[in-house]
Design a protein around this ligand. Structure first.
Ligand SMILES: [Zn+2]
Length: 134
């Protein structure tokens, strides 16, 4: 493994780790040159219309608790980056979708709670300005 300096498409420079065969390394380097740097990529994501607002998805989970209590699955989409700290404070964790609509599962900020807890957390989520999606 070796570190290489790379100039990204946006003109910013960075460092990437390269390993593997010469061909693979060349491909990875080319790829990195064709991509934006991390900061520019984040800015680009933020600028997308679908990422301007924060959305909360509330769905019944396919699982239920052993006592038969219904579980509810919540996850955020859209402007999660700007709201990361607040989302974390609500006890959401970053991980693979529980119920991906199209595989492979994407990573989302998610939380599984009981039906009883929905009301309380919904108030907090609305305070973040999140838009409800069902
Ligand atoms: Zn850049």
């Amino acid at each position: 493994m070796a570190k290489y300096d790379v100039t990204h498409r946006c003109g910013h420079t960075g460092e990437i780790d390269l390993w593997g065969k010469g061909k693979d390394r060349e491909w990875k380097l080319k790829n990195a040159e064709g991509n934006l740097c991390k900061e520019c990529w984040i800015e680009q994501q933020k600028a997308k219309p679908e990422n301007k607002e924060l959305y909360i998805h509330i769905e019944p989970h396919f699982l239920e608790k052993e006592n038969g209590e219904k579980l509810v699955y919540l996850y955020f989409s859209g402007a999660t980056y700007e709201n990361k700290e607040a989302i974390k404070e609500l006890g959401f964790v970053w991980g693979e979708e529980e119920m991906p609509t199209t595989p492979p599962a994407k990573k989302v900020w998610k939380k599984v709670i009981t039906q009883k807890e929905v009301k309380e957390i919904t108030v907090k989520i609305k305070a973040l300005g999140a838009i409800l999606k069902r």
